[in-house]
Design a protein around this ligand. Structure first.
Ligand code: FES
Length: 120
């Protein structure tokens, strides 16, 4: 079930730029596409570069390290790359704030690591 949580003010997002945010102790990244927020994992699926220095053109995110391009609608990488899809998370505008679905982040953590809970 969706669990939208406030992550930052909408004015923190700038066209073309990637902005980090925290949700449930996880670091994610956000960008604007056609004025709407898109949330995704903060590290590149190729070689774990921070995507904070990436550029967004239209619906495409350019990784700053080796320049792979990811579609921010589907998470798919550009042709020629053999890497996992970019993990995307539902995001929405609520007033002058941006909310992200914390449940989606929990289900598919941005660092790819599955949490192991030890109750012993
Ligand atoms: S680390 Fe992003 S393309 Fe290599």
């Amino acid at each position: 079930m969706a669990d939208f949580r406030d992550v930052l003010p909408l004015e923190a997002l700038r066209p073309g730029l990637v902005t980090p945010a925290r949700i449930d102790g996880q670091v994610i990244a956000l960008a604007l596409v056609d004025g709407q927020p898109r949330a995704f994992q903060s590290l590149c699926p190729h070689d774990k570069a921070s995507l904070q220095g990436g550029k967004v053109e239209g619906c495409e995110l350019h990784c700053p390290r080796h320049f792979a391009r990811f579609d921010l609608s589907t998470g798919k990488v550009s042709a020629g790359w053999r890497v996992d899809d970019l993990r995307l998370y539902p995001a929405r505008i609520a007033g002058d704030r941006v909310e992200v679905d914390a449940d989606a982040v929990r289900q598919n953590p941005p660092d790819g690591a599955k949490k192991v809970w030890d109750f012993t």
